[in-house]
Design a protein around this ligand. Structure first.
Ligand code: UN1
Length: 495
């Protein structure tokens, strides 16, 4: 009998009034993982009311003390890392090493934001007048609505919750319905760490119902969303209609440049990891390899050899490097793009099929797939696939390589392999993405630098780092005039 998980509203775990449930099955073998209460707009209303009430006191609870709750939560996450990772692999599918990394990212973010409780710096500046003091302080915004994706079931909820909480906001979160359990664990841990009732609420259910109710709610002035470009656009329109503050993290079509002066072994290893780690289901996954013609064949040889040796299977088993895709639908998208690539005339050098055989037939497995001699305008070189497929595009001139990198609608992550410092600096100057790696693959962002992308990847905001605090706070400029007389700025002379 699988566990049945509930909503958490105003400090109480409770079933939705709908009485309905939904279930999640392990994408590696189809076994039932958990059953969840299916939330409705009524649950969202209740959660928002609770969060609104809790905001009145949480915003006044000193930030260093809020930080102490987060420190405690971070320690609990550390203690339970292994169990949390195992549960996550069971529900989401990615291999154990990677789910450990996912939990670690949540630990890092929680410690980092806990520390921000003792910083949260503003400015003090000199006035144009005598006997006048001025400063800027950060203010929380109120109830924030968080809508999170399935590919990083604990890390991404932590990127959004921890900065929101340390700044004094209260939270209603709706995790992706494929992976609610990891987010539930995060909320349980915050509860255990002493977060007051109503400060964090979780409502489980569909985007259409729960997500939409959150988006439409007049008492939720802030929404943060990570997920598909399509959903992001809908959210953007709804947020505009309600004048909400919004962060969007959406698609990517991340590229690695392999120049003729690259360390090819390193480049190949990094590409294999970036393209096939998380079964290609990262926003930051390596999806294009822009390779100098003179080293193209050598690189292809290395990549094919590497891809052949990757072990596909249930991510809980030792030695497995590539888990299943998260769902039947996600794998169907991969299959569709492989067909598109073949039809467009790209050269399939390895993979291209659903992975079958021993232990694979009841899961959503797909072979690591490499297309060679792809041209920059093909759909497989332009559209996000979110599966284990990578396209090699040859180039001869480095400026042309930069324009291929930039020649897609997205701008999340990019990388260049070169041993020439001048080429590295040219890349820094000319590649227009939110994240850029020199001699490392496109994944692996750390939590204390801003995370996000240019163009259609986002809407100008960044998560993580202190940039996250900018999103979850409002600046207040405060002027204290202790001269006892009217001093008119820009008009009166200093006296
Ligand atoms: C994502 O794919 O949405 O840089 C997040 C990385 C991870 C985060 C990825 N630290 O690949």
């Amino acid at each position: 009998m699988a566990d049945m998980f509930k909503n958490y509203i105003n400090g109480i775990w409770k079933e939705s009034a709908s009485g309905e449930t939904f279930e999640r099955r392990n994408p590696a073998n189809g076994e039932l993982v958990a059953t969840y209460t299916k939330g409705t707009a009524a649950d969202v209303n209740e959660a928002v009311d609770a969060a609104n009430t809790a905001f009145k006191s949480w915003r006044l609870y000193p930030a260093p003390k809020r930080g102490e709750v987060l420190f405690k939560a971070a320690r609990l996450l550390e203690d339970r890392k292994e169990d949390l990772a195992r549960e996550m692999t069971e529900e989401m599918g990615k291999v154990l090493d990677e789910t450990r990394g996912d939990v670690q990212e949540a630990i890092d973010m929680t410690y980092y934001m806990a520390g921000e409780g003792r910083r949260m710096f503003g400015d003090t500046v000199q006035s144009e007048m005598k006997n006048k003091f001025q400063m800027s302080v950060r203010k929380p915004l109120g109830v924030v609505g968080l809508i999170t994706p399935w590919n990083f079931p604990m890390a991404i909820p932590s990127w959004k919750m921890m900065p929101a909480l340390i700044a004094g906001n209260t939270v209603v979160i709706k995790p992706a319905s494929f992976v609610p359990r990891s987010t539930i664990r995060l909320v349980e841990i915050l509860e255990e760490a002493g977060i007051p009732a109503g400060v964090v609420n979780i409502v489980l259910g569909t985007g259409g119902e729960v997500g939409d109710a959150l988006m439409q709610h007049p008492d939720v002035p802030v929404i943060s969303f990570t997920g598909s470009t399509e959903t992001g656009k809908t959210i953007s329109l709804a947020a505009a209609a309600h004048n909400k503050r919004l962060t969007l993290e959406m698609g990517g079509k991340n590229a690695v440049i392999v120049n003729d002066d690259a360390n090819l072994d390193l480049a190949a290893e990094s590409i294999l990891w970036g393209a096939f780690g998380t079964t290609g289901q990262r926003c930051t996954a390596t999806s294009r390899v822009i390779v100098h013609k003179s080293v193209q064949q050598e690189l292809v040889n290395r990549l094919v050899k590497g891809a052949q040796s990757l072990k596909i299977g249930n991510g809980l088993e030792a030695g497995i490097q590539v888990g299943p895709q998260v769902s039947e639908g996600q794998r169907a998208t991969t299959v569709k793009y492989v067909e598109i690539g073949k039809r467009e005339g790209a050269e399939l050098v390895i993979g291209g099929n659903i992975a079958t055989g021993d232990g694979l037939d009841n899961g959503w497995f797909h072979e690591p797939t490499i297309f060679n001699n792809v041209s920059r305008d093909m759909r497989i070189a332009q559209e996000e696939i979110f599966g284990p497929v990578v396209s090699l595009i040859p180039f001869e001139d480095l400026d042309d390589a930069f324009s291929i990198v930039n020649g897609v609608q997205y701008g999340l992550s990019a990388a260049i392999f070169t041993q020439n410092v001048n080429n590295a600096f040219r890349a820094m100057q000319d590649i227009y993405t939110g994240i850029l790696y020199i001699n490392a693959g496109t994944t692996g962002a750390e939590i204390h630098l801003p995370f996000g992308g240019t163009k259609a990847t986002g809407n100008g905001h960044r998560e993580a780092g202190t940039a996250a605090l900018d999103f979850y706070t409002e600046w207040q400029a405060i002027y204290v005039d202790y001269s006892g007389k009217l001093q008119r700025a820009q008009i009166d002379p200093v006296n």
